[in-house]
Design a protein around this ligand. Structure first.
Ligand code: AMP
Length: 395
């Protein structure tokens, strides 16, 4: 029996889950938030609803990891550090270097840092988490699981942009896609739920959270996805614009007297999407609450649904059909109305929801009607367990 940690490190946070493997039992989970500030919040959830929470100054990730491990002993969740035999780290960008998860060596860590040019907000933070654990638990298996690697099966026809070829050859400019671990997890669960071999299925996975992407999965392999070179592309998201005509950028920079392109990109990442359209919130719950009284809030919801429908249509066309459409992540798992509004627009696929089955949140189930030609599935995602599984596989 081995205990494995699944880690998602952000620039000021560290989210974690501790598993007993191979049973995949969650022993504890938690988050350290506001790292670097005087009032960092440190939480551990364990044993049937118990919670340990404390606010204190945590200067850096390594201190957070040390505190976390010591507290796991204090709470008798582990008896010594050596019980933890593996740790898996979520890493945003693996570029073309990593088409699968890997054991982290000094060369791998160096490459993750080099790939920060593809994910400047995420990879450096992920690397910080990796170094923190390496310094404290140098002997245990340490594995990197990339958001991009599932999409490395895409064909050139899908991942190349229609720009001069030397930009790909010299600078690796191409579509990488993200959320790969989630799309992979839900596709595997879909095969179980449908009792069909994954190799025989055409699936469209809609990961609809604050960040959102759609993925076309044929025979268990990603064949196209809506995010691009960075996670800015594709669907309308909480605060990200999704697809946009890039000519808008210089036009707006002139009109708004913005001299720095990075400011424009920041606006597209942080002030756009649902938040930008509605002018009030990036959160679907807020928008639904305002839907009847606020035109912009309603418009944001309609645009969100519209973009999801558009990608579903595009991917059904690319795969020449679809067996099942999957909804996952915060919105996909919980937003009953949005799921209904999306599927109501798919009658040309003879896809139909069962209102009764759709009336639920966060449970794995078929939500289409018995007459529906396409199965509609609600599958709560679990990226953490995928990370823990990869640690076990590579240990
Ligand atoms: P995620 O990034 O996967 O955590 O998803 C976050 C998003 O899920 C939030 O921005 C909310 O808009 C959405 N969400 C969570 N719970 C609900 C709910 N009960 N109804 C509608 N949307 C929800």
């Amino acid at each position: 029996m081995s205990k494995t940690m699944s880690i998602n490190a952000g620039s000021s946070s560290l989210k974690w889950k501790l598993y007993d493997m191979p049973q995949e039992t969650v022993l504890a989970s938690g988050i350290v938030e506001r790292i670097g500030l005087a009032d960092s919040i440190f939480t551990i959830d364990y044993y049937n609803g118990k919670r340990y929470e404390v606010t204190l100054a945590i200067a850096e990730h390594e201190t957070a990891v040390r505190l976390l491990l010591e507290q796991l002993i204090q709470l008798s969740i582990i008896s010594e550090f050596s019980e933890i035999t593996g740790v898996g780290h979520r890493v945003a960008a693996g570029g073309e270097s990593f088409s699968d998860s890997v054991v982290i060596t000094p060369a791998v860590l160096e490459e993750i840092q080099r790939l920060a040019e593809l994910a400047p907000l995420h990879n450096p933070a992920n690397a910080m988490g990796i170094r923190a654990f390496k310094n404290i638990l140098p002997e245990i298996t340490s594995v990197a699981v990339f958001d991009t690697s599932f999409h490395q099966t895409m064909d050139k026809t899908r991942y190349l942009y229609s720009i001069p070829m030397e930009y790909y050859k010299e600078h690796n400019v191409r579509k990488y896609g993200y959320h790969g671990t989630s799309h992979k997890y839900v596709s595997e669960r879909a095969a179980v739920l449908l009792k069909k071999p994954l190799e025989k299925l055409k699936l469209i996975s809609c990961h609809l959270g604050n960040g959102a992407s759609v993925c076309a999965i044929e025979g268990g392999k990603s064949v196209d996805t809506s995010m691009g070179f960075t996670p800015l592309a594709g669907l309308t998201m909480g605060t990200r614009s999704g697809d946009i005509d890039v000519s808008i950028l210089p036009y707006l920079m002139e009109k708004e007297s913005i001299s720095d392109i990075n400011e424009m990109i920041w606006i597209l990442n942080n002030q756009s999407g649902l938040k930008g359209i509605s002018s009030v919130s990036s959160d679907m719950r807020d928008l639904h609450a305002l839907e009847d009284s606020d035109e912009q809030a309603a418009l944001a919801l309609r645009i969100f649904e519209d973009r999801v429908k558009k990608y579903i249509g595009a991917y059904a066309a690319l795969m020449d059909g679809v067996d099942a459409i999957i909804f996952t992540a915060g919105i996909g798992e919980n937003d009953i109305q949005t799921r209904k509004n999306i599927v109501d627009g798919l009658s040309y696929l003879n896809a139909e929801l069962s209102d009764e089955r759709n009336d639920c949140r966060g449970v794995e189930r078929v939500i289409s009607s018995n007459q529906s030609a396409v199965q509609i599935l609600l599958i709560p995602t679990d990226e953490e367990v995928m990370i823990a599984r990869d640690v076990e596989r590579l240990r």
